[in-house]
Write a protein that binds this ligand. Sequence first.
Ligand code: ZN
Ligand code: ZN
Length: 156
Amino acid sequence: MIFLEQHCPCKSMKRYEDCCLPILNDEKPALNCEQLMRSRYTAYCVNNFEYIVNTYSLRARNEQNISVDFIKHQAASTKWLHLNVVNSHETSVEFKAFYQDGRAIYCLHELSYFVQENGKWRYDNGDLLGTTGKLKTGRNEACFCDSGKKFKHCCM
Ligand SMILES: [Zn+2]
Ligand SMILES: [Zn+2]
């Protein structure tokens, strides 16, 4: 997949090869749960479903029967637009991820919990927070990502 800009899909403003790419390629570990969370968001952006499955905790994988087909099906009609990390703690990250499904834009506002297995960070579970849901974003309205630009000139 080719990106028009060199920035990482996780919107860190770092270059892709200095951010999530070496983590996705297993050349570097995620040093904290925010890095793992960002790399999982990026994996959704680049359709690397295996990485998403592999970075669930064993408990979550067994209890929820998570497979590549399951993730692929879940992500089929979703186009990821933007990520804001709201708060980052030692074992949890609060974030807002924005995505498009059909013509509607949605916000996924989640507090995610992480565990370490064999020294590697893994996603365990998450709680959906208040502003999760459909957004009313007109083409000429301010973009949801707080850039100050109109939506049509920004994340659309
Ligand atoms: Zn990144
Ligand atoms: Zn935007």
